[in-house]
Design a protein around this ligand. Structure first.
Ligand SMILES: C[S@@+](CC[C@H](N)C(=O)[O-])C[C@H]1O[C@@H](n2cnc3c(N)ncnc32)[C@H](O)[C@@H]1O
Length: 219
């Protein structure tokens, strides 16, 4: 492992030797994903990285998901992992507020051969989700953290029974454990997680991988 760790890697949740061991186990990614990981590290784009991406992909495979709504897609790294998991006939909705991100993502989708499974929307992911008439197998939340509580309220009715609500960064570099968090982002994540655990129709766990992934199934 090189001394300079990519920005998507370390978050201080897991002990560093264990984190390095977990990353050393990961099989190499294909040319496109490797290029995206390098671009993200170079330009400080906050992608989930390969350890979390494999969890997302695995959750879709385990649950047989065919429809995924992604809130916060950036250059489309996690979107490609979802798109490969849903397979032929599956559908992934990409959303991001930044048109430049979407243009870059489209180029990666074409090269990765998954463009026909992905619908790209530019705009506020919360508004875009509230316009959806259908229910989804998986809704993935990776927005600005202040948006998490509102995203949760909008997402739950749009999740089918048995569907998964997945959210990244729910341990927020450990700041969620502060006694009296002052940062707006930390407070929002703590509130999101409290609401998710207390939602009567959801069963929630947190996987402390990288920066923490919340996984909740709708009962
Ligand atoms: C953490 S990045 C997403 C990374 C992506 N999920 C991945 O792992 O490849 C968050 C992205 O969400 C976008 N974003 C944040 N809040 C948003 C909102 N309310 N609506 C749409 N996009 C938003 C930002 O522009 C940013 O590109």
């Amino acid at each position: 492992m090189p001394d300079e760790k990519p920005s998507w890697m370390m978050h201080g949740i897991t002990a560093e030797p264990i984190e390095e061991y977990l990353y050393s186990l990961l099989p190499p990614r294909d040319e496109i994903l490797a290029e995206m990981e390098a671009a993200a590290a170079k330009r400080n784009i906050p992608i989930v990285g390969p350890a979390v991406a494999r969890v997302l992909h695995q959750l879709a495979l385990i649950s047989g998901a065919k429809t995924v709504f992604e809130m916060g897609s950036a250059i489309g790294y996690s979107t490609i992992w979802w798109a490969r998991a849903v397979g032929d006939g599956g559908r992934v909705i990409y959303t991001d507020g930044d048109r430049k991100n979407a243009d870059e993502a489209r180029r990666y989708f074409d090269r990765a051969g998954v463009a026909d499974r992905i619908t790209v929307h530019v705009g506020d992911a919360l508004e875009l989700l509230s316009e959806q008439k259908q229910q989804f197998d998986i809704i993935f939340c990776d927005l600005d953290k202040e948006d998490y509580p509102r995203a949760l309220r909008l997402a739950l009715p749009r999740l089918r029974k048995g569907g998964l609500l997945v959210a990244d960064n729910v341990l927020w570099s450990g700041k969620v454990a502060e006694k009296n968090p002052t940062e707006a982002s930390t407070k929002a994540i703590v509130e999101f997680t409290r609401q998710l655990y207390s939602a009567p129709d959801m069963f929630t766990t947190i996987l402390p991988i990288r920066d923490g992934i919340a996984v909740a199934v709708k009962k």
